[in-house]
Ligand binder design. Structure first.
Ligand SMILES: [Zn+2]
Length: 456
């Protein structure tokens, strides 16, 4: 099996030149915009930086992020947004939060050896920016303390195996209510395991998707918290929500990617499928067949948003889509959990056009985030994915909406707004779970008030 670092070194040697050309073109574009000409000094500098990068990347097994910084950039003109979007394509930097619109913050992780490049680009683009996370590794160390607890207590993040073991335990503990379901499989031969929870026959179904992107640890944690509450909560509203639905819950849609974030690279997002010589993984939220690659995804195999070779080219999305087909008449609602940004969104992502029940979706979202805010004051923005975030085609929400026309489809971007980003401290798992469940109670109350599900 090809090692990540072998990949990355090879990749760096062969592709950085191309990337540098792209980055240089970003600089050139900025320069042209600013001064009406571009500088050739920058090109020489990139070549030096590339050489340093290659040397710097011959490194250890486990990825570390010492002195990696996260910058918050606030584009104040459409040109700046456009130039930052060009940087996404170069793959030189890791965007924690991609550029979307004027005055919407962008979070960008920069390796220490790329700081000169970053500062030169910023000097050219002239967008306001500041350091938001001083040292990514320090945050990683703070948020990944080894979990010593033998109980599943939500005081820490859990590995894929601890989560699966807990699902098995729950199935044993509640044999008449909880059944293990295996929805799909992964490139590295793991199961995509979930549970079906049912308190009585003929309930309308809700499908819950977590852990689509590896590094978004708060997603599986929140899904597991909600799953537990559906079984044990004594709150009458939660009981009504739990017992009047059938639940199809998959805490980790991308087990290989999630496991990889625990063992090797905390910042990994994609699957671990091998699709070429250099880079691994497709974005499992860009590989679904509905309107595949029609905006907001990349053809570059090393990109964080690589759409894959073809729709369902990755076994994770293909096998899960086949499973979903088998239960497609059993659920009317699909809820997906990502992080971060504090957004409650609905399809579509491939277009900014409004879906058929846009007004209902907006009304439901508005009331849901009001409920979410009550407990801890956490504020969410709402809207359709394409408008509020950026175009993102080939995602699960678009697929469920576009192919199966499900009326209730929502995507959460959970806490926070960038103070910790993907590295949300474990102390925030329970509060995030509590407020998110508050919002789900309202979401389904409001859906019911508006007559959903209409066909059950
Ligand atoms: Zn995500």
């Amino acid at each position: 099996m090809i090692n990540y670092y072998d990949n990355i070194i090879l990749l760096t040697c062969v592709t950085l030149y191309l990337n540098a050309m792209n980055v240089t073109s970003v600089i050139a574009s900025a320069s042209v915009l600013r001064k009406g000409h571009c500088s050739s000094d920058g090109i020489i500098m990139w070549k030096i930086i590339i050489l340093c990068t290659i040397i710097g990347l011959i490194t250890t097994e486990k990825a570390t992020f010492h002195n990696y910084k996260v910058f918050r950039i606030t584009p104040i003109t459409t040109e700046q947004v456009e130039l930052l979007r060009q940087l996404v394509e170069t793959d030189e930097f890791s965007f924690w939060k991609e550029p979307t619109a004027v005055n919407i913050e962008v979070d960008l992780m920069v390796a220490p050896h790329k700081l000169p490049m970053f500062y030169e680009i910023m000097a050219q683009i002239e967008a306001p920016h500041s350091i938001y996370v001083e040292n990514v590794q320090t945050l990683i160390d703070q948020t990944t303390n080894a979990n010593q607890s033998t109980s599943f207590n939500f005081k820490d993040y859990y590995t894929i195996w601890q989560i699966y073991e807990n699902l098995d335990d729950l199935a044993k503990q509640y044999p008449d209510k909880v059944k293990i379901i295996v929805g799909g499989k992964t490139y590295q031969k793991r199961e995509i395991k979930g549970v079906k929870i049912s308190f009585k026959a003929n309930n309308p179904g809700i499908f819950i998707e977590g852990g689509n992107h590896g590094r978004e640890w708060i997603s599986p944690a929140t899904v597991m918290y909600i799953l537990h509450q559906l079984l044990i909560s004594e709150d009458p509203d939660v009981r009504a929500l739990a017992e009047n639905h059938d639940w199809y819950i998959f805490p980790v849609f991308n087990p290989d990617g999630y496991e990889y974030t625990h063992t090797t690279n905390r910042m990994w997002r994609k699957t671990r499928d091998v699709h070429g010589f250099f880079c691994r993984g497709s974005d499992p939220n860009r590989n679904w067949s509905y309107k595949w690659k029609s905006g907001g995804s990349s053809s570059f195999g090393c990109s964080e948003t690589y759409a894959g070779k073809a729709p369902f080219s990755d076994v994770e999305t293909k096998s899960m889509s086949e499973y979903i087909k088998t239960i497609s008449n059993k659920f009317y609602a699909y809820i997906s959990f990502h992080s971060y940004s504090q957004l409650l969104m609905f399809p579509y992502g491939y277009t900014k056009a409004h879906l058929e029940n846009y007004e209902d979706s907006l009304a439901i979202a508005a009331k849901s985030v009001r409920s979410l805010k009550k407990r801890y004051g956490t504020e969410y923005r709402i809207g359709n994915i394409g408008e509020i975030l950026y175009l993102a085609s080939g995602n699960t929400a678009d697929y469920i909406k576009g192919v199966y026309h499900k009326p209730i489809v929502f995507v959460y971007e959970l806490r926070d707004r960038g103070n910790y980003g993907f590295l949300l401290p474990p102390e925030q798992i329970i509060p995030t779970g509590e407020e998110t469940l508050d919002s789900l109670v309202t979401l389904f109350k409001e859906a019911k008030a508006l007559g959903y599900p209409k066909d059950v």
